[in-house]
Design a protein around this ligand. Structure first.
Ligand code: PMP
Length: 368
């Protein structure tokens, strides 16, 4: 099966083998050695010297960790959103009592640093900015470097980033861009089944942690740091997923970050050019098109749900559908993690066969 949703992503065979290993004592030396190795590799990928904490959760747990470890009820925060995951991050902060000023951009567009600048200038009481790096629901990758630079002009605000569908596939320079807390999840570009997430914490984020009054227990990164010093996690970790992450990091680092990023660029570009070549239209503003997920408009007259069903049942190809108001209107090709151009070419071939059967002629549209 060609699984091309934007996560969970397929895993290399060595990773699948590793997750099937016998259990070990999570308070013993073997786990401690593995955790140290993983910590080193993950910091390299995060391009950071900051602490990185490991949580047993899905990506939403890591998003929650960003919020509850740095904020207090009543804190005013800017919730930048360009799609469903940006909305989710703002909602998590609201759920825990933050006073969220929502700055929403049209789905398909990137966040405009100029608008962020204006929002921060208009409200000096804002303490933190919540932002999604790569918006998986729309296939847009924000210019995080510019956004971070803009926020920094306003002082020591916290920059809390959901980098779940970008980190390890496209550059995220945590130290260089001065990002305070950054969440990632291993079921995306890291090529591992779901279950372990990571959150980096800058010195500024740790300072905020000391003051933060939101309730936290399972996702308390301070506890995670205390236990990490002993080569452990506070609670029983998803040991099998750590086995997988250990092996996957070896594969990633052997390929080298630059090659990994270049491969994602090629796969992103092939998806976009292939779709356009068929006469399809991209959903995302192409200047900010993501190199991990491509959102494509379902052509007029075709129901996107029929298309994804046919691809799944008859062409062994699994694509993502549209979320919320985009259900049936877009489909999404995931190209992150364990992916090569041949996998994307296979998706394009399947599309070129399925679409005419649903009333859309790719060749005619491309020629017109
Ligand atoms: N943020 C982004 C950008 C994501 O793509 C996802 C998963 N699609 C999440 C957060 C949430 O991750 P999970 O589904 O593992 O909770």
């Amino acid at each position: 099966m060609n699984l091309r949703i934007p996560g969970p992503t397929p895993c290399p065979p060595e990773v699948l083998q590793a997750v099937g290993r016998q259990m070990i004592n999570h308070r013993g030396p073997e786990f401690a050695e593995m955790l140290a190795r993983i910590d080193k590799g993950v910091k390299h990928v995060y391009q950071t010297k900051n602490d990185v904490l490991f949580l047993t959760s899905g990506g939403t747990g890591a998003m929650e960790a960003l919020v509850v470890n740095t904020l207090s009820p009543g804190d005013r925060v800017l919730g930048v959103s360009i799609g469903s995951f940006g909305d989710r991050l703002a909602s998590i902060a609201e759920t825990y009592g933050a006073d969220v000023v929502r700055l929403k951009f049209e789905w398909g567009k990137a966040a405009d640093p100029g608008e962020i600048d204006k929002a921060l200038a208009a409200d000096p009481s804002i303490k933190a900015v919540l932002v999604t790096h790569n918006e998986t629901s729309t296939g847009v990758c924000n210019d995080l470097e510019s956004i971070a630079r803009t926020v920094r002009k306003h002082g020591d605000l916290l920059i809390l980033v959901d980098a779940v569908s970008s980190l390890s596939s496209v550059p995220v320079c945590v130290d260089e861009w001065d990002l305070d807390a950054v969440a990632s999840g291993c079921q995306k570009g890291w090529m591992v089944p779901p279950g372990v997430t990571m959150v980096s914490m800058s010195a500024r984020a740790w300072k905020a942690y000391e003051q933060a009054k939101m309730p936290r227990f399972y996702f308390d990164v301070g506890k995670a740091l205390d236990f990490a010093k002993r080569g452990q996690t506070p609670w029983t970790p998803a040991i099998s997923i750590f086995f997988g992450l250990d092996v996957a990091l070896g594969i990633l680092l052997k390929e080298g970050l630059e090659s990994v990023f270049a491969r994602h660029e090629r796969c992103g570009s092939l998806s976009r050019e292939g779709a356009k070549g068929m006469g399809l239209q991209l959903f995302a503003d192409e200047r900010y098109a993501s190199n991990t997920v491509t959102a494509v408009k379902v052509p007029e007259g075709v129901d996107g749900r029929d298309l994804t069903k046919m691809l799944r049942e008859e062409y062994d190809t699994v694509l993502g559908g549209g979320q919320q108001h985009l259900a049936g209107k877009i489909f999404r090709i995931g190209h992150l993690g364990y992916v090569q151009e041949t996998d994307i070419q296979a998706v394009l071939d399947a599309l070129s066969k399925a679409l005419p059967r649903l009333g859309f002629s790719p060749s005619r549209a491309a020629a017109s």
